[in-house]
Design a protein around this ligand. Structure first.
Ligand SMILES: Cc1cc2nc3c(=O)[nH]c(=O)nc-3n(C[C@H](O)[C@H](O)[C@H](O)COP(=O)(O)O)c2cc1C
Length: 207
């Protein structure tokens, strides 16, 4: 059994480029993996709460000192981490909002980045504890020019951030499918989507 965890973050359901390309990616992955099971986390249809005082207290409380209140406050984090750990493949579909990720995705990240569970610290360095996964990121940008070396590269706090974050947790096998200029004229959008679809097909054929 191959478990695919799909995480969607666009506030748009209809017309979302990242979700649309995520559908293509998911379809191709499932077709290539007959025993695939897809687990979905739609962070907009079912928004996650932000972490709070008690959640953070629970993160830093040793297991043998946890109270019922702290266990309740970290129960969702436990569930999301278990879900991530159980996945073989992770698909994240994400739009750029204000040069970074949507807050819906940040809420998920704050629930799953947790000392002693998904990373450790030994006093001198950090170790990621979430290894052995393939991660695909479909990233939709309204403007263009975010690729390395291009004029807007320094403004891309989406893809470099997610690469760093996943790497920090031990997920270093990350493939990103960017699609830019999604707010341009329809023919430009169609051409860019087509290019991204081809990149997805090519990456999966080579995998
Ligand atoms: C609140 C908001 C903020 C946005 N900020 C940016 C931005 O900083 N840079 C950019 O290139 N596009 C920006 N966009 C455009 C989106 O990245 C673009 O429309 C993208 O296709 C959205 O993803 P979706 O099609 O999956 O919904 C923004 C869109 C919204 C709604």
């Amino acid at each position: 059994m191959t478990t695919i965890l799909r995480i969607d973050a666009s506030a748009r359901d209809t017309g979302s480029v990242s979700r649309g390309l995520g559908d293509t990616l998911e379809r191709r992955l499932v077709a290539a993996t007959p025993d695939a099971r897809v687990v979905r986390r739609d962070l907009v249809a079912a928004p996650l709460p932000h972490i709070a005082q008690e959640t953070i207290a629970g993160y830093y409380t040793p297991a043998d000192q946890m109270t019922d209140a702290l266990r309740r406050a970290t129960a969702l984090s436990d569930e999301l981490i278990d879900e991530l750990m159980a996945a073989d493949v992770v698909i994240v579909t994400v739009p750029m909002y204000n040069f970074s990720i949507p807050s819906a995705l940040k809420a998920w990240i704050d629930q799953i980045v947790r000392i002693g569970r998904t990373f450790s610290y030994d006093g001198s360095g950090f170790t990621g504890l979430v290894g052995g996964k393939k991660v695909y990121v479909v990233a939709a940008y309204g403007a263009a020019g975010y690729a390395p070396g291009e004029p807007f590269a320094a403004a891309d706090f989406l893809t470099p951030y997610l690469r760093f974050l996943f790497g920090f947790l031990g997920m270093t096998d990350v493939t990103v499918f960017p699609v830019e200029a999604t707010t341009a004229a329809p023919e430009v959008v169609a051409a860019n989507r087509e290019r991204a679809e081809q990149a997805i097909a090519g990456a999966l054929a080579a995998a």
